[in-house]
Design a protein around this ligand. Structure first.
Ligand SMILES: C[S@@+](CC[C@H](N)C(=O)[O-])C[C@H]1O[C@@H](n2cnc3c(N)ncnc32)[C@H](O)[C@@H]1O
Length: 331
């Protein structure tokens, strides 16, 4: 009888100097576009890279494994990600919001080198990890019964229950429309307000599903867009991203790189615009007399890329991923 077909572990999951992470820990999160991240970081991989969304550490481990002179500072909002992180002699970990990247880098690097606490690269792999979605008590999943929480970390000021049970119809409808691109935003908001108190994810998912006319249902779970909108609002994800992009661009030295993987159009639009502004150079109104203004562009775009069909087949979460990368030109 033939034995099970054993596939070799991908290189980024094989053990290497100092790692104590269990090889099965990719169940925490399967990283997306690992080869592309490594490719874009290659020119800066003798220095320090900040992984601002450490999660299960898949990207960080891949980079450490591939580049023996690299050090990684891993940041995650979620204390659970930090508590489950592997130990590695070239990895340091900080529980924080990547919006505070400058403070984290200054703290990790001690005395600032002249010109500021520069690093060589920053990676942001946005959204939530599979482990967060799969942990029912975190309340992220419309498929699992859990409390209406959805906080990525203790720095979030509200949980989803406060939004669902206290916000008025207008406020709920506006986040469902803006962050979930939900056609039936107002109708769903009204249904939620009428169903209060809504105590758990299952009840919320059922209220949302009932509020959408059967004839108008699109593929996928009817509550997917509402859950996404609540998560974005609870964690102020777009505010953190805008601040994190500025902080990342500020923190890297000239020649340094920023690589961002987004999973929905709102994130990608923000990344695209910030990179385009940096690549265009001038961020001042053209008629403003700015003394000593240097018109050279701040950033050089390195391109945009998507996962290939094979990766999407193996890891459906990759389906919506878009990677954008830039290099800093001026300090
Ligand atoms: C898609 S996962 C990252 C997966 C990781 N690249 C890997 O290989 O396992 C996103 C992670 O970023 C964290 N995160 C999201 N927004 C954050 C923020 N503003 N600051 C810090 N961490 C954040 C989440 O808690 C989650 O653990």
């Amino acid at each position: 009888m033939e034995g099970p077909l054993l596939r070799p572990l991908p290189w980024w999951r094989q053990r290497s100097g100092g790692l104590t992470m269990d090889q099965t820990s990719s169940t925490y999160h399967e990283p997306v576009m690992v080869h592309e991240v490594v490719h874009f970081m290659e020119p800066v991989a003798v220095g320090i890279i900040v992984d601002g969304t450490f999660g299960g550490g898949g990207h960080a481990l891949a980079l450490l494994h591939r580049f023996p002179e690299l050090a990684v500072i891993g940041i995650d909002r979620d204390p659970d990600a930090i508590a489950n992180a592997p130990v590695h002699p070239r990895l340091s970990l900080v529980q924080a919001n990547f919006a505070e990247l400058a403070e984290v880098v200054a703290g990790e690097r001690g005395t600032d080198p002249p010109g500021g606490p520069h690093v060589d690269g920053v990676l942001l792999d946005l959204g939530i990890s599979s482990h967060q979605v799969d942990t029912a008590e975190r309340g992220f999943s419309f498929r699992r019964a859990g409390p209406l929480d959805m906080r990525m970390g203790p720095d979030a000021e509200l949980d989803a229950s406060e939004l669902v049970n206290e916000w008025d119809v207008d406020r709920l409808a506006s986040i469902f429309r803006d962050y979930g691109e939900e056609r039936f935003a107002r109708r769903i908001a009204r249904a939620i307000v009428a169903a209060r108190p809504v105590d758990d994810t299952e009840t919320l998912a059922a209220v949302v599903a009932d509020a959408i006319p059967a004839a108008a249902r699109r593929p996928g779970h009817p509550a997917r867009r509402v859950f996404q909108a609540l998560r974005i609002a609870v964690n102020d994800e777009l505010g953190a991203l805008a601040a994190g992009l500025d902080a990342a661009i500020e923190a890297i030295r000239p020649g340094g790189r920023v690589v961002v993987i987004s999973y929905h159009s709102l994130e990608d639009r923000l990344v695209k615009r910030r990179f385009a502004t940096g690549a265009a150079g001038c961020t001042y109104p053209p008629d403003l007399p700015v003394r000593g203004y240097d018109s050279a562009a701040e950033l050089r775009p390195l391109g945009r890329t998507f996962p290939n069909a094979e990766e999407i087949e193996e890891n459906p979460r990759a389906r919506s991923a878009v990677l954008r990368a830039v290099e800093k030109v001026t300090s």
